[in-house]
Write a protein that binds this ligand. Structure first.
Ligand code: DGL
Length: 270
């Protein structure tokens, strides 16, 4: 049996990583968990996010995945080391890959980061960026209104454009040349974010870099899936399945692939 790559997030945000993973590694089987009943994680205390992440990793462990991808910046910021110490598998997050991509991209050495309150408060991006390039300047901003817009499927609405434009005012004139979307939900809002920044900054998504890192680890461990049958992916969410399925199909945009999805619901403690 082909072993899956386990991917987790507080909700639909990790699907932005899944989409890139499917593009770069189409033969890999994915087992995804979106904790939609308890999203957003951004305003929650770190201890709670760590406890939720542990629960989900324990749940996903029953499928014997070959690696774990924490496709949530908030959980990466506070729980990555904890999870690495608990499981005997490669565990990767999304912050270092995003930071690497931004350092490669910036010409002026001034980088913007937007994320949840939890991610920004943790200082994880400032740490990751200045570790790679000590002289880089970082301008950070928490955008707590963004995740609910995405979880409610409102990312293409007028309301989303207005909310994003309002939220990004504090960094609009900050002379950054690239902006890290430091929350995996934010690529859903890439169009309003670009527009709010006058299409003047490069948006950095961590998905592409993260998928490259996954490929490198699987190659090094000789664990890449064989190019054979199309994999059957498994998706789980803890909240409203209809809402999750609609957003997932819209974002992943592959009805044939999605016809193979098996929807199940975990017995997690809420
Ligand atoms: N998508 C997640 C992140 O990257 C979590 C957002 C949230 O639940 O607040 O931070």
């Amino acid at each position: 049996m082909q072993r899956a790559i386990a991917v987790l997030d507080s909700g639909v945000g990790g699907l932005t990583v899944v989409k890139e993973l499917m593009r770069q590694l189409p033969w890999e089987k994915i087992c995804y968990f979106g904790d939609t009943a308890r999203a957003p994680y951004g305003p929650r205390p770190a201890e709670e996010v760590i406890a939720f992440t542990r629960e989900i990793v324990d749940y996903l462990a029953q499928f014997e995945p070959k690696m774990i991808v924490i496709a949530c910046n908030t959980a990466t910021a506070v729980a990555l080391q904890d999870i690495r110490g608990r499981v005997n598998l490669p565990v990767i997050g999304v912050i270092e890959p995003g930071a690497r991509a931004a350092i490669d991209l910036t010409n002026v050495g001034k980088i913007g980061v937007i994320g949840t309150e939890g991610t920004i408060k943790s200082g994880a991006y400032v740490h990751a960026l200045t570790k790679l390039a000590p002289h880089v300047q970082v301008v950070s901003l928490a955008c707590p209104t963004f995740v609910p817009l995405v979880e409610n499927g409102l990312f293409r609405t007028r309301e989303a454009y207005a909310a994003v434009s309002q939220a990004l005012l504090p960094i609009k004139r900050s002379e950054i040349d690239c902006l890290i979307l430091g929350c995996t939900h934010y690529p859903f809002l890439a169009a309003p974010i670009s527009e709010a920044m006058d299409n003047d900054v490069a948006l950095v998504h961590s998905a592409e870099e993260t998928a490259k890192e996954i490929a490198a680890i699987l190659t090094a461990n000789n664990q890449l899936a064989e190019a054979s049958a199309v994999p059957v992916h498994h998706f789980f969410c803890s909240g409203d399945p209809v809402k999750f399925q609609q957003i997932a199909q819209d974002w992943l945009g592959n009805p044939i692939r999605l016809a193979t999805v098996v929807w199940q619901f975990p017995q997690i403690r809420l």
